[in-house]
Design a protein around this ligand. Structure first.
Ligand code: DAH
Length: 364
């Protein structure tokens, strides 16, 4: 070791040479041992113990390094000390791992215990919107409706014009949409009513369809509105279909969905594609009609829009409006799901938060 008593230049030279030499020798040895330990393997616990003795016992290779550490100059102590400690931790970890592996194997023979129960597989759950959609579709299927689906990307004709929205008519403002292309217009459908146009163009009455699907609107996202949501459209066209048929069908639907005591009421409304048109409310599912904060003390909750298909709409799709009449209705699935499950923020449906989705495990 160098100290202040060293007199000559050459003494100093050899001394600092020796300091560097110690550092290099130690680092090289650490590296060698690191590589060696990386490759060690043991076939039995005894072999693993031998390895522990070789590297970690008092006279082991790593302990020797600790002894050697005394000769490291103060300048290099930190660097070498860290390297030796890291090596030791690595060796302890590696040998423990070998021992654990061998102990497990010993207790289970082949290393796999075939008698242990399997890891339970976590099944996903249906999304609440799918649960409610299926439930609604099932109700209408029992009444003889068939499910028909249509494209999400549409032309102006199927979303607006064929449904009696004249160009520049303010009713188009009710459904502000996303255009993919102008002239000719290609757009995301704003409602599933577009599917009834496809059905009327391709089928002959009697037509009895329910059409579920995604729809898009240029809306600011909030707890009650989204730019993407789901609807179900219903359509029934035949000879002598009347408003009374519509009303009875919807009453049956409401009672199947919300329980046998549910009542409905119809309020006059306006849709370009139906005449007359109505908005339908169901008696509040929470208070049964007495009045609470969910129904805002009215006793009623709005669930859908409906009406008798406007003769212009039948004619636009080539159906004789003198011979046939029909009714149509449309509803938002999110809204119904919110009422059924007591969810108060529509955005929850689209955030994929497992904590929310898991709550519907038992619903289906
Ligand atoms: N398409 C309407 C909407 O998205 C809902 C609707 C209302 C559909 C009345 C209908 C209907 O078929 O008759 O707001």
């Amino acid at each position: 070791m160098c100290n202040a008593l060293l007199k000559t230049k050459s003494e100093h030279f050899f001394c600092s040479f020796a300091i560097h030499q110690t550092r290099i020798v130690m680092l090289t040895r650490i590296k060698e041992l690191q590589q060696e330990i990386e490759e060690i393997a043991a076939k039995s616990l005894e072999e693993a113990e031998e390895l522990r003795i070789k590297y970690l016992s008092k006279k082991g290779e790593i302990s020797k390094l600790f002894e050697e550490f005394r000769n490291v100059s103060a300048d290099h102590k930190k660097e070498i000390g860290q390297a030796v400690n890291t090596l030791k931790e690595f060796a302890v970890g590696k040998i423990n791992m070998l021992k654990e592996g061998l102990t497990e194997q010993k207790s289970s023979g082949s290393g796999v215990d075939l008698t242990l129960p399997g890891e339970p597989m976590k099944l996903g759950t249906r999304h609440p919107i799918s649960i409610v959609r299926n439930e609604i579709l099932d109700i209408f299927k029992r009444l003889g409706f068939v499910v028909s689906e249509g494209p999400e990307i549409e032309d102006d004709w199927h979303v607006f014009s064929a449904l009696n929205f004249p160009e520049d008519h303010p009713a188009r403002d009710m459904q502000d949409t996303f255009f993919i292309q102008r002239n000719p217009d290609v757009l995301l459908r704003t409602h599933t009513s577009s599917v009834q146009v496809h059905d009327m163009e391709t089928q002959k009455p009697p037509i009895r369809t329910v059409s579920p699907g995604r729809v898009f609107r240029n809306e600011a996202i909030s707890y009650r509105a989204h730019c993407m949501f789901h609807q179900i459209e219903g359509l029934y066209i035949d000879e002598n279909v009347s408003f009374a048929d519509l009303k009875q069908t919807l009453l049956y639907y409401a009672r199947e969905l919300f329980g046998g005591n549910a009542e409905i009421r119809m309020r006059p409304s306006y849709f370009p594609f139906t005449e007359p048109s109505a908005e339908v409310d169901v008696s509040c599912t929470i208070c049964g009609g007495k009045g609470c904060n969910v129904c805002k003390y009215t006793g009623w909750l709005e669930i859908l829009g409906c009406g008798m298909v406007d003769p212009n709409v039948l004619e636009a799709s080539g159906i004789d409006s003198k011979k046939y009449t029909g009714y149509a209705f449309g509803m938002g699935i999110e809204r119904i799901a919110m009422l059924k499950f007591g969810v108060n923020d529509l955005r929850l449906y689209f955030e994929n938060d497992i904590r929310f989705l898991q709550q519907f495990e038992s619903a289906n």
